[in-house]
Design a protein around this ligand. Structure first.
Ligand SMILES: [Zn+2]
Length: 488
Protein backbone atom coordinates (compact mmCIF):
# COMPACT_ATOMS: atom_id res chain seq x y z
CA UNK A 1 0.00 0.00 0.00
CA UNK A 2 2.96 2.31 0.56
CA UNK A 3 3.68 1.86 -3.14
CA UNK A 4 0.51 3.72 -4.06
CA UNK A 5 1.34 6.53 -1.65
CA UNK A 6 4.78 6.93 -3.15
CA UNK A 7 3.16 7.65 -6.50
CA UNK A 8 1.37 10.74 -5.13
CA UNK A 9 2.71 14.20 -5.93
CA UNK A 10 5.09 15.66 -4.87
CA UNK A 11 6.80 12.32 -5.05
CA UNK A 12 9.81 13.07 -2.87
CA UNK A 13 7.57 14.28 -0.03
CA UNK A 14 5.35 11.19 -0.15
CA UNK A 15 8.40 8.94 -0.43
CA UNK A 16 9.67 10.31 2.88
CA UNK A 17 6.21 10.12 4.41
CA UNK A 18 5.91 6.45 3.44
CA UNK A 19 9.32 5.83 4.98
CA UNK A 20 8.26 7.61 8.19
CA UNK A 21 5.09 5.47 8.36
CA UNK A 22 7.26 2.35 8.10
CA UNK A 23 9.33 3.38 11.16
CA UNK A 24 7.54 3.06 14.52
CA UNK A 25 7.66 6.48 16.22
CA UNK A 26 5.13 6.90 19.05
CA UNK A 27 6.00 9.65 21.55
CA UNK A 28 8.95 8.64 23.70
CA UNK A 29 10.08 5.96 21.25
CA UNK A 30 11.74 8.09 18.62
CA UNK A 31 15.22 6.54 18.40
CA UNK A 32 14.56 4.88 15.04
CA UNK A 33 13.00 7.92 13.38
CA UNK A 34 15.78 10.12 14.73
CA UNK A 35 18.27 7.65 13.28
CA UNK A 36 16.47 7.86 9.92
CA UNK A 37 16.90 11.64 9.84
CA UNK A 38 20.55 11.42 10.94
CA UNK A 39 21.34 8.75 8.34
CA UNK A 40 19.62 10.88 5.71
CA UNK A 41 21.68 13.96 6.66
CA UNK A 42 24.91 11.92 6.46
CA UNK A 43 23.95 10.49 3.09
CA UNK A 44 23.19 13.98 1.78
CA UNK A 45 26.47 15.32 3.16
CA UNK A 46 24.64 17.86 5.33
CA UNK A 47 25.79 19.25 8.66
CA UNK A 48 23.69 17.85 11.52
CA UNK A 49 23.56 17.49 15.28
CA UNK A 50 21.44 15.80 17.91
CA UNK A 51 21.10 18.12 20.89
CA UNK A 52 20.52 17.29 24.56
CA UNK A 53 16.77 17.63 24.02
CA UNK A 54 16.96 14.76 21.50
CA UNK A 55 16.11 17.17 18.70
CA UNK A 56 17.82 16.77 15.35
CA UNK A 57 19.06 19.88 13.59
CA UNK A 58 20.18 19.61 9.95
CA UNK A 59 21.67 22.54 8.10
CA UNK A 60 21.58 23.06 4.34
CA UNK A 61 23.38 25.99 2.69
CA UNK A 62 21.60 28.45 0.41
CA UNK A 63 21.20 27.53 -3.23
CA UNK A 64 23.17 29.55 -5.73
CA UNK A 65 22.19 33.23 -5.78
CA UNK A 66 20.16 32.97 -2.55
CA UNK A 67 23.04 33.36 -0.08
CA UNK A 68 21.89 36.82 1.04
CA UNK A 69 18.51 35.61 2.31
CA UNK A 70 17.61 35.27 5.96
CA UNK A 71 18.07 31.81 7.42
CA UNK A 72 14.82 29.89 7.79
CA UNK A 73 14.15 27.29 10.46
CA UNK A 74 11.79 24.59 9.18
CA UNK A 75 10.33 22.96 12.26
CA UNK A 76 8.34 19.77 12.68
CA UNK A 77 8.10 17.17 15.45
CA UNK A 78 9.31 13.59 15.16
CA UNK A 79 6.77 11.78 17.34
CA UNK A 80 3.17 10.77 16.75
CA UNK A 81 0.18 10.05 18.98
CA UNK A 82 -0.40 6.28 19.22
CA UNK A 83 -4.16 5.64 19.13
CA UNK A 84 -5.92 2.62 17.71
CA UNK A 85 -9.41 1.22 17.43
CA UNK A 86 -10.39 -1.17 20.23
CA UNK A 87 -10.45 -4.20 17.96
CA UNK A 88 -7.19 -3.43 16.15
CA UNK A 89 -4.22 -5.63 17.03
CA UNK A 90 -1.27 -3.29 16.72
CA UNK A 91 2.01 -2.54 18.51
CA UNK A 92 3.03 1.08 17.95
CA UNK A 93 6.58 0.32 19.05
CA UNK A 94 7.03 -2.42 16.45
CA UNK A 95 4.46 -2.31 13.68
CA UNK A 96 4.58 -0.01 10.66
CA UNK A 97 1.59 2.30 10.16
CA UNK A 98 -0.69 0.79 7.50
CA UNK A 99 -1.25 3.93 5.45
CA UNK A 100 -3.48 3.83 2.39
CA UNK A 101 -5.28 6.08 -0.04
CA UNK A 102 -8.99 6.51 0.57
CA UNK A 103 -10.44 8.76 -2.14
CA UNK A 104 -9.09 12.28 -1.59
CA UNK A 105 -7.39 11.32 1.65
CA UNK A 106 -4.53 9.27 3.00
CA UNK A 107 -5.46 7.48 6.19
CA UNK A 108 -4.32 4.46 8.23
CA UNK A 109 -5.94 1.12 8.87
CA UNK A 110 -7.33 1.26 12.41
CA UNK A 111 -4.68 3.57 13.90
CA UNK A 112 -3.53 7.15 13.93
CA UNK A 113 -1.67 8.00 10.73
CA UNK A 114 1.01 10.34 12.01
CA UNK A 115 0.39 12.93 9.28
CA UNK A 116 0.64 15.04 12.42
CA UNK A 117 3.53 15.77 12.04
CA UNK A 118 4.95 13.29 9.52
CA UNK A 119 3.90 15.42 6.54
CA UNK A 120 5.77 18.42 7.99
CA UNK A 121 8.87 16.30 8.55
CA UNK A 122 8.60 14.77 5.06
CA UNK A 123 8.28 18.21 3.45
CA UNK A 124 11.38 19.34 5.32
CA UNK A 125 13.33 16.27 4.17
CA UNK A 126 12.24 17.07 0.61
CA UNK A 127 13.65 20.60 0.94
CA UNK A 128 16.89 19.15 2.26
CA UNK A 129 17.13 16.59 -0.55
CA UNK A 130 15.95 18.63 -3.54
CA UNK A 131 18.53 19.92 -5.97
CA UNK A 132 16.24 22.17 -7.99
CA UNK A 133 14.72 24.51 -5.37
CA UNK A 134 15.66 28.12 -4.73
CA UNK A 135 16.11 28.94 -1.07
CA UNK A 136 18.34 30.72 1.41
CA UNK A 137 20.15 28.95 4.27
CA UNK A 138 17.96 26.30 5.93
CA UNK A 139 18.01 24.94 9.45
CA UNK A 140 15.74 21.94 9.74
CA UNK A 141 14.64 21.41 13.33
CA UNK A 142 13.03 18.05 14.10
CA UNK A 143 11.82 18.20 17.69
CA UNK A 144 11.38 15.29 20.07
CA UNK A 145 8.30 14.18 22.00
CA UNK A 146 5.97 17.06 21.23
CA UNK A 147 2.71 15.25 21.85
CA UNK A 148 3.34 14.30 25.48
CA UNK A 149 4.87 17.47 26.84
CA UNK A 150 6.88 19.25 24.15
CA UNK A 151 10.08 17.85 25.66
CA UNK A 152 12.21 18.65 22.63
CA UNK A 153 11.13 22.29 22.49
CA UNK A 154 11.82 22.62 26.23
CA UNK A 155 15.20 20.94 25.76
CA UNK A 156 16.30 23.16 22.87
CA UNK A 157 19.18 25.41 23.85
CA UNK A 158 18.94 29.17 23.40
CA UNK A 159 21.55 30.24 20.85
CA UNK A 160 21.63 26.89 19.02
CA UNK A 161 19.59 28.11 16.06
CA UNK A 162 20.97 30.80 13.78
CA UNK A 163 17.75 31.36 11.83
CA UNK A 164 15.70 34.56 12.04
CA UNK A 165 12.47 33.11 10.67
CA UNK A 166 10.77 29.94 11.91
CA UNK A 167 8.19 28.07 9.87
CA UNK A 168 6.41 25.57 12.11
CA UNK A 169 4.78 22.91 9.91
CA UNK A 170 2.44 21.47 12.53
CA UNK A 171 -0.90 23.17 11.76
CA UNK A 172 -3.90 21.31 10.47
CA UNK A 173 -5.84 23.52 8.09
CA UNK A 174 -4.44 24.35 4.66
CA UNK A 175 -4.99 28.02 3.86
CA UNK A 176 -4.64 29.16 7.46
CA UNK A 177 -1.65 30.84 9.02
CA UNK A 178 -1.22 30.53 12.76
CA UNK A 179 0.41 33.49 14.42
CA UNK A 180 -0.04 32.95 18.12
CA UNK A 181 -0.57 30.56 20.99
CA UNK A 182 -0.92 30.61 24.74
CA UNK A 183 1.69 29.87 27.35
CA UNK A 184 0.76 28.06 30.53
CA UNK A 185 1.44 28.02 34.26
CA UNK A 186 0.20 25.61 36.93
CA UNK A 187 -0.89 26.74 40.36
CA UNK A 188 -0.67 23.94 42.93
CA UNK A 189 -2.53 24.94 46.05
CA UNK A 190 -2.60 23.18 49.39
CA UNK A 191 -4.59 23.59 52.62
CA UNK A 192 -3.39 21.43 55.52
CA UNK A 193 -5.81 20.43 58.27
CA UNK A 194 -6.27 18.09 61.20
CA UNK A 195 -9.48 16.20 60.65
CA UNK A 196 -12.19 16.55 63.29
CA UNK A 197 -13.21 13.00 64.18
CA UNK A 198 -16.30 13.94 66.25
CA UNK A 199 -19.33 11.79 65.54
CA UNK A 200 -21.86 14.50 64.65
CA UNK A 201 -24.68 12.26 65.87
CA UNK A 202 -27.39 14.78 65.16
CA UNK A 203 -26.19 15.14 61.54
CA UNK A 204 -26.82 13.09 58.42
CA UNK A 205 -24.37 12.62 55.55
CA UNK A 206 -25.47 14.06 52.24
CA UNK A 207 -23.48 14.06 49.00
CA UNK A 208 -23.78 17.20 46.95
CA UNK A 209 -23.23 15.91 43.44
CA UNK A 210 -22.60 18.12 40.42
CA UNK A 211 -22.73 16.18 37.15
CA UNK A 212 -23.53 16.39 33.48
CA UNK A 213 -21.32 19.32 32.52
CA UNK A 214 -19.67 19.28 29.10
CA UNK A 215 -16.12 19.93 30.32
CA UNK A 216 -13.58 20.03 27.48
CA UNK A 217 -10.04 21.25 26.90
CA UNK A 218 -9.29 24.04 29.31
CA UNK A 219 -7.52 26.06 26.61
CA UNK A 220 -9.37 25.49 23.37
CA UNK A 221 -12.83 25.34 24.96
CA UNK A 222 -12.58 27.90 27.75
CA UNK A 223 -14.17 30.47 25.41
CA UNK A 224 -17.41 28.46 25.45
CA UNK A 225 -17.99 29.54 29.06
CA UNK A 226 -19.03 26.10 30.21
CA UNK A 227 -19.80 25.35 33.84
CA UNK A 228 -16.95 24.47 36.21
CA UNK A 229 -18.04 21.74 38.65
CA UNK A 230 -15.67 22.96 41.37
CA UNK A 231 -16.94 26.50 41.19
CA UNK A 232 -20.55 25.29 41.26
CA UNK A 233 -20.01 23.16 44.36
CA UNK A 234 -18.43 25.94 46.37
CA UNK A 235 -20.88 28.57 45.19
CA UNK A 236 -23.61 26.52 46.83
CA UNK A 237 -21.50 25.78 49.89
CA UNK A 238 -20.95 29.46 50.56
CA UNK A 239 -24.72 29.93 50.82
CA UNK A 240 -25.12 26.75 52.82
CA UNK A 241 -22.62 27.86 55.50
CA UNK A 242 -24.84 30.87 56.16
CA UNK A 243 -28.07 28.88 56.39
CA UNK A 244 -27.10 25.66 58.15
CA UNK A 245 -24.86 24.27 60.84
CA UNK A 246 -23.15 21.96 58.35
CA UNK A 247 -19.75 20.25 58.23
CA UNK A 248 -17.72 19.54 55.11
CA UNK A 249 -16.35 15.99 55.32
CA UNK A 250 -14.63 15.79 51.95
CA UNK A 251 -14.57 17.12 48.43
CA UNK A 252 -13.52 15.56 45.14
CA UNK A 253 -14.04 17.59 41.97
CA UNK A 254 -12.54 17.52 38.50
CA UNK A 255 -9.82 15.28 37.08
CA UNK A 256 -7.20 16.17 34.51
CA UNK A 257 -5.23 19.36 35.02
CA UNK A 258 -6.00 20.55 31.47
CA UNK A 259 -9.71 19.74 31.45
CA UNK A 260 -12.68 21.84 32.50
CA UNK A 261 -14.11 19.87 35.45
CA UNK A 262 -17.33 18.07 34.47
CA UNK A 263 -18.29 16.67 37.84
CA UNK A 264 -17.58 16.76 41.52
CA UNK A 265 -18.92 15.70 44.89
CA UNK A 266 -18.82 17.25 48.34
CA UNK A 267 -19.75 15.12 51.35
CA UNK A 268 -21.62 17.30 53.79
CA UNK A 269 -23.02 16.59 57.24
CA UNK A 270 -26.38 18.32 57.55
CA UNK A 271 -28.41 18.60 60.79
CA UNK A 272 -30.85 15.67 60.60
CA UNK A 273 -33.86 17.92 61.16
CA UNK A 274 -32.88 20.11 58.21
CA UNK A 275 -31.98 17.56 55.54
CA UNK A 276 -35.24 18.00 53.65
CA UNK A 277 -34.93 21.77 53.65
CA UNK A 278 -31.32 21.43 52.54
CA UNK A 279 -32.39 19.22 49.63
CA UNK A 280 -35.01 21.76 48.59
CA UNK A 281 -32.33 24.45 48.58
CA UNK A 282 -30.16 22.28 46.35
CA UNK A 283 -33.09 21.71 43.99
CA UNK A 284 -33.67 25.45 43.86
CA UNK A 285 -29.96 26.04 43.20
CA UNK A 286 -30.01 23.48 40.38
CA UNK A 287 -32.86 25.42 38.73
CA UNK A 288 -30.91 28.67 38.95
CA UNK A 289 -27.78 27.11 37.45
CA UNK A 290 -29.69 25.37 34.64
CA UNK A 291 -31.26 28.73 33.76
CA UNK A 292 -27.90 30.53 33.86
CA UNK A 293 -26.26 28.00 31.55
CA UNK A 294 -29.15 27.69 29.11
CA UNK A 295 -27.74 27.29 25.60
CA UNK A 296 -24.32 26.29 26.96
CA UNK A 297 -24.99 23.25 29.12
CA UNK A 298 -28.03 21.06 28.59
CA UNK A 299 -27.54 18.20 31.06
CA UNK A 300 -26.56 19.86 34.35
CA UNK A 301 -27.51 17.85 37.38
CA UNK A 302 -27.01 19.14 40.92
CA UNK A 303 -28.40 16.82 43.57
CA UNK A 304 -28.24 16.25 47.31
CA UNK A 305 -28.15 12.49 47.79
CA UNK A 306 -28.42 10.58 51.09
CA UNK A 307 -25.03 9.10 51.81
CA UNK A 308 -22.82 7.35 54.34
CA UNK A 309 -20.45 9.19 56.67
CA UNK A 310 -16.87 9.38 55.40
CA UNK A 311 -13.96 7.62 57.08
CA UNK A 312 -11.64 10.62 57.48
CA UNK A 313 -13.64 12.79 59.88
CA UNK A 314 -14.47 16.33 58.74
CA UNK A 315 -12.48 19.32 57.59
CA UNK A 316 -12.52 21.79 60.53
CA UNK A 317 -15.18 24.37 59.85
CA UNK A 318 -12.74 27.25 59.98
CA UNK A 319 -10.56 25.65 57.27
CA UNK A 320 -13.56 24.62 55.20
CA UNK A 321 -14.86 28.18 55.22
CA UNK A 322 -11.48 29.62 54.20
CA UNK A 323 -11.41 27.08 51.38
CA UNK A 324 -14.94 27.95 50.33
CA UNK A 325 -14.26 31.68 50.23
CA UNK A 326 -11.04 31.20 48.30
CA UNK A 327 -12.65 28.97 45.67
CA UNK A 328 -15.53 31.43 45.30
CA UNK A 329 -13.09 34.33 45.05
CA UNK A 330 -10.48 32.88 42.74
CA UNK A 331 -10.47 33.98 39.10
CA UNK A 332 -11.77 31.37 36.66
CA UNK A 333 -12.60 31.14 32.96
CA UNK A 334 -11.84 33.79 30.35
CA UNK A 335 -9.97 36.75 31.84
CA UNK A 336 -9.18 38.84 28.74
CA UNK A 337 -9.78 38.64 25.00
CA UNK A 338 -7.19 39.65 22.42
CA UNK A 339 -7.59 43.14 21.02
CA UNK A 340 -5.51 42.34 17.93
CA UNK A 341 -7.32 39.17 16.93
CA UNK A 342 -11.08 38.90 17.13
CA UNK A 343 -12.42 35.89 19.00
CA UNK A 344 -9.08 34.88 20.49
CA UNK A 345 -8.91 34.35 24.22
CA UNK A 346 -5.80 36.11 25.46
CA UNK A 347 -5.76 35.02 29.09
CA UNK A 348 -7.74 32.42 31.01
CA UNK A 349 -7.61 30.14 34.01
CA UNK A 350 -9.36 26.92 34.93
CA UNK A 351 -9.76 25.53 38.44
CA UNK A 352 -9.32 21.93 37.37
CA UNK A 353 -9.14 19.98 40.60
CA UNK A 354 -10.19 20.20 44.25
CA UNK A 355 -9.65 17.09 46.36
CA UNK A 356 -9.31 16.34 50.07
CA UNK A 357 -7.72 13.26 51.65
CA UNK A 358 -8.21 13.59 55.39
CA UNK A 359 -5.14 15.78 56.00
CA UNK A 360 -4.84 18.12 53.03
CA UNK A 361 -7.01 19.73 50.41
CA UNK A 362 -5.22 20.07 47.10
CA UNK A 363 -6.31 22.34 44.29
CA UNK A 364 -4.92 22.74 40.83
CA UNK A 365 -5.48 25.52 38.33
CA UNK A 366 -3.92 25.95 34.90
CA UNK A 367 -3.49 29.52 33.75
CA UNK A 368 -2.90 30.37 30.11
CA UNK A 369 -2.01 33.50 28.19
CA UNK A 370 -0.41 34.60 24.95
CA UNK A 371 0.98 37.55 26.93
CA UNK A 372 3.50 36.32 29.48
CA UNK A 373 3.25 39.36 31.75
CA UNK A 374 -0.53 39.01 31.89
CA UNK A 375 -0.16 35.37 32.88
CA UNK A 376 2.20 36.41 35.68
CA UNK A 377 -0.29 39.00 36.90
CA UNK A 378 -3.04 36.38 36.91
CA UNK A 379 -0.79 34.06 38.91
CA UNK A 380 -0.41 36.96 41.34
CA UNK A 381 -4.19 37.13 41.72
CA UNK A 382 -4.45 33.40 42.33
CA UNK A 383 -1.66 33.48 44.90
CA UNK A 384 -3.22 36.48 46.61
CA UNK A 385 -6.62 34.86 47.02
CA UNK A 386 -5.32 31.55 48.29
CA UNK A 387 -2.60 33.01 50.49
CA UNK A 388 -5.18 35.27 52.11
CA UNK A 389 -7.09 32.07 52.82
CA UNK A 390 -4.03 30.55 54.49
CA UNK A 391 -3.14 28.09 51.73
CA UNK A 392 0.28 27.39 50.29
CA UNK A 393 0.61 28.09 46.59
CA UNK A 394 3.36 26.74 44.38
CA UNK A 395 3.67 27.76 40.73
CA UNK A 396 5.19 25.26 38.30
CA UNK A 397 5.35 24.11 34.68
CA UNK A 398 5.49 27.62 33.26
CA UNK A 399 6.11 28.15 29.56
CA UNK A 400 5.91 31.11 27.24
CA UNK A 401 3.08 32.14 25.00
CA UNK A 402 3.36 33.50 21.48
CA UNK A 403 1.70 36.84 21.16
CA UNK A 404 0.20 37.48 17.70
CA UNK A 405 2.30 40.03 15.82
CA UNK A 406 0.19 41.45 13.02
CA UNK A 407 3.20 43.47 11.84
CA UNK A 408 5.31 40.32 11.39
CA UNK A 409 7.36 40.56 8.14
CA UNK A 410 7.07 36.81 7.42
CA UNK A 411 3.29 37.05 7.85
CA UNK A 412 3.20 39.79 5.22
CA UNK A 413 5.44 37.79 2.86
CA UNK A 414 3.38 34.63 3.24
CA UNK A 415 0.08 36.45 2.74
CA UNK A 416 1.40 37.91 -0.52
CA UNK A 417 2.87 34.60 -1.69
CA UNK A 418 -0.36 32.73 -0.95
CA UNK A 419 -2.44 35.34 -2.69
CA UNK A 420 -0.25 35.14 -5.79
CA UNK A 421 -0.40 31.34 -5.86
CA UNK A 422 -4.04 30.74 -5.02
CA UNK A 423 -5.78 34.06 -5.61
CA UNK A 424 -7.03 34.50 -2.07
CA UNK A 425 -5.84 35.74 1.28
CA UNK A 426 -5.08 33.04 3.81
CA UNK A 427 -7.00 33.12 7.06
CA UNK A 428 -5.03 34.18 10.12
CA UNK A 429 -5.59 32.35 13.34
CA UNK A 430 -4.17 31.76 16.79
CA UNK A 431 -4.90 29.16 19.44
CA UNK A 432 -5.47 29.47 23.14
CA UNK A 433 -3.33 26.44 23.91
CA UNK A 434 0.35 25.59 23.97
CA UNK A 435 2.38 25.13 20.78
CA UNK A 436 6.08 24.53 20.37
CA UNK A 437 6.35 28.02 18.87
CA UNK A 438 5.58 29.51 22.28
CA UNK A 439 8.40 27.63 23.95
CA UNK A 440 10.88 28.17 21.14
CA UNK A 441 9.92 31.86 20.93
CA UNK A 442 10.59 32.11 24.66
CA UNK A 443 14.21 31.17 23.94
CA UNK A 444 14.45 33.14 20.70
CA UNK A 445 12.46 36.32 21.36
CA UNK A 446 13.52 37.86 18.03
CA UNK A 447 12.38 34.90 15.94
CA UNK A 448 9.68 35.78 13.38
CA UNK A 449 7.35 32.75 13.40
CA UNK A 450 4.41 31.30 11.47
CA UNK A 451 2.73 27.93 11.73
CA UNK A 452 0.99 26.32 8.76
CA UNK A 453 0.35 22.89 7.29
CA UNK A 454 -1.86 20.68 5.13
CA UNK A 455 -5.44 19.77 6.07
CA UNK A 456 -5.52 16.98 8.62
CA UNK A 457 -8.82 15.75 10.03
CA UNK A 458 -9.28 13.95 13.36
CA UNK A 459 -5.63 14.11 14.45
CA UNK A 460 -4.77 12.09 17.58
CA UNK A 461 -7.56 9.59 16.73
CA UNK A 462 -7.68 6.37 14.68
CA UNK A 463 -9.71 8.35 12.11
CA UNK A 464 -6.79 10.68 11.38
CA UNK A 465 -6.50 11.48 7.68
CA UNK A 466 -4.67 14.00 5.53
CA UNK A 467 -6.09 15.57 2.40
CA UNK A 468 -3.93 14.73 -0.61
CA UNK A 469 -4.58 17.91 -2.57
CA UNK A 470 -3.87 20.04 0.51
CA UNK A 471 -0.44 18.43 0.83
CA UNK A 472 0.43 19.52 -2.72
CA UNK A 473 -0.86 23.05 -2.01
CA UNK A 474 1.04 23.17 1.27
CA UNK A 475 4.21 22.12 -0.53
CA UNK A 476 3.81 24.70 -3.34
CA UNK A 477 3.16 27.38 -0.73
CA UNK A 478 6.22 26.39 1.29
CA UNK A 479 8.40 26.30 -1.82
CA UNK A 480 7.22 29.75 -2.95
CA UNK A 481 7.67 31.14 0.56
CA UNK A 482 11.28 29.95 0.62
CA UNK A 483 11.88 31.61 -2.78
CA UNK A 484 10.56 34.87 -1.38
CA UNK A 485 12.31 35.04 1.97
CA UNK A 486 13.60 38.60 2.52
CA UNK A 487 17.26 39.48 2.36
CA UNK A 488 19.33 39.69 5.54
ZN1 LIG B 1 1.52 17.83 15.95
Amino acid sequence: MNKEIKSLKPELLWKHFAAICAIPHPSGHEEAIREYVVAFAKEQGLEYLVDEGNNVIVRKPATSGMEDRKTVVLQSHLDMVPQKNGDKVFDFEKDPIEAYIDGEWVTANGTTLGADNGIGAAATLMVLESKNLRHGPIEALFTATEETGMDGAFGLRAGELKGEILLNLDSETEGELYVGCAGGLDANIKFDYTADKSEFKSHKAVDLEVKGLRGGHSGMEIILQRGNANKLIFRFLRLAWERYDIQLASVDGGGLRNAIPREGTAKIYVPATEVEKFKRDVAEYEKIIIAEFKGIEDAISIKAVDSMPGTHGVIPKEVAMRLTRAVCGCPNGVITMSMSMEGLVQTSTNLARVVSDGATIRLQALMRSSVDTEKDALAGSMCSVFELAGAQVELSGGYSGWRPNMASPILKTMQEVYNKLYGKTPAIAAVHAGLECGIIGGKYPEMDMISFGPTIRFPHSPDEKVNIESVAKFWEFMKATLENIPKK
